[in-house]
Design a protein around this ligand. Sequence first.
Ligand code: G4P
Length: 526
Amino acid sequence: MSQISEQLDRRRTFAIISHPDAGKTTLTEKLLLFGGAIHVAGAVKSNKIKKTATSDWMEIEKQRGISVATSVMGFEYGNYKVNILDTPGHQDFAEDTYRTLTAVDSVIIVVDVAKGVEQQTRRLMEVCRMRNTPVIIFVNKLDREGRDPFDILDELESELKISVRPLSWPINIGAKFKGVYNIFERSLDLFTPSKTQVTERVEIENVNDRRIDEAVGEKDAEKLRADLELIDGVYPEFDTNQYLKGKLAPVFFGSALNTFGVKELLDCFVKIAPSPRPVEAVERRVNPEEEAFSGFVFKIHANMDPNHRSCIAFVKVCSGKFERNANYKHMRSGKMMRFAAPTAFMAQKKNIVDEAFPGDIVGLPDTGNFKIGDTLTDGEILHYKGLPSFSPEMFKYIENTDPLKSKQLDKGLQQLMDEGVAQLFVNQFNGRKIVGTVGQLQFEVIQYRLLHEYGASVRWEPMSMYKACWVDSDDSQALEAFKKRKYQFMAVDREGRDVFMADSNYVLQMAQSDFPKIRFHFSSEF
Ligand code: G4P
């Protein structure tokens, strides 16, 4: 087996996603504890900016430092190399999360047992579905009162539109929570509230083993047997292939805060989760085993120091071996580049790395050469398919308030859009620039960074707008006719693509029914 195949077989690159407060940070921390990457609970603050009020941008600025450190967390677990890609908790940064999902091979979704499937989870799952990303679900906070586990399974299925299969099953919840039966490994884990301890495990032969009765009492043991019978009757057998196709999600129950059910999750995860998969480029499909290096930029992290406009571009290695000081081709500019100090995070420490393999993320110091979605190769002409942009939902006109600084403004705006902070459109009717975002915070981020990093001051002007969507058609005359009729509402994005800016849901629906030959896209990946 080649070195590359060997390395990639043992790699597991994934993200944990959830609605804020479901327990993503806590679960991440516990996984890092098992991986020996940290030694005390409370070491991961992650991107906990979600708790700050939306107007508290300075607080977020402070925390951006933390989020660089937690962008990628790598650790060794048994024979596996696990890479967790962090996703921002704050929903205004959902776009960042969408992009991170393009760089992972699978995800773990955390759901709060009392709250069930919440809005953010639903949206993120849509992105996973678009790419058939395999998902494992962890139902968290079983130590608290919550909903009936069968109800939760029903809701997961209907809300996330995926078949589910429990691989562990709780014995009661809340104050009466006694533990989980691990269906995957046929063992019984007894619950003792603890922040760091590993669970007590009862070895059993099968579900009829009397040791279950001794451990949890006869009544709960009978209920468990009945539940398991029902599960076998209702849910399909767990089939790894269905999971790998993104059609079936195994479900685990536990309590991240109490480190309960987490090891079972991790043990199953490393066994079944996919190693790096082939990636589609415009030219061809690229296999990770290929000898030649290739990768793409999925995230750019700007430096907090306004005096140095340097950033870190995060590159996901898609094929071959990445090597320090080797010459790689930056596809968009055609330039050859060498990286003397590529970094990776292992066990919470940022280290310079000499090599990286498919599934790994390397951080490349950059001074504005990279743009989100850029491809790097060792010479072959390859363009990884663009990262999706989603229809923004908030819009403002951006106005320059210092005409002497219009050059700085243009440069700053360009760089921020390259980083993927927001999307820029130009209205074709009046030529005004419109910034579209998924959250209010981005406007503050942009205004603040333009001023502090580029010396350009801007003002926002409100506009009432419902949604921007990309339009195209096989019939060029129909498209022209549409653009003519809607000329006041037509804009172009930075790639010159036509965008229809609907000012209400009604207008959008009318346009869709009046112009059947026009396709309306809500993500730029079409
Ligand atoms: P997030 O990243 O998904 O937003 O969630 P996070 O891990 O920050 O968890 C949100 C809250 O839920 C935290 O409490 C955390 O301690 C709690 N929590 C996580 N897992 C469990 C669990 O298994 N059981 C119980 N009972 N609680 C859990 P907090 O008070 O909001 O934050 P903190 O002050 O403890 O950090």
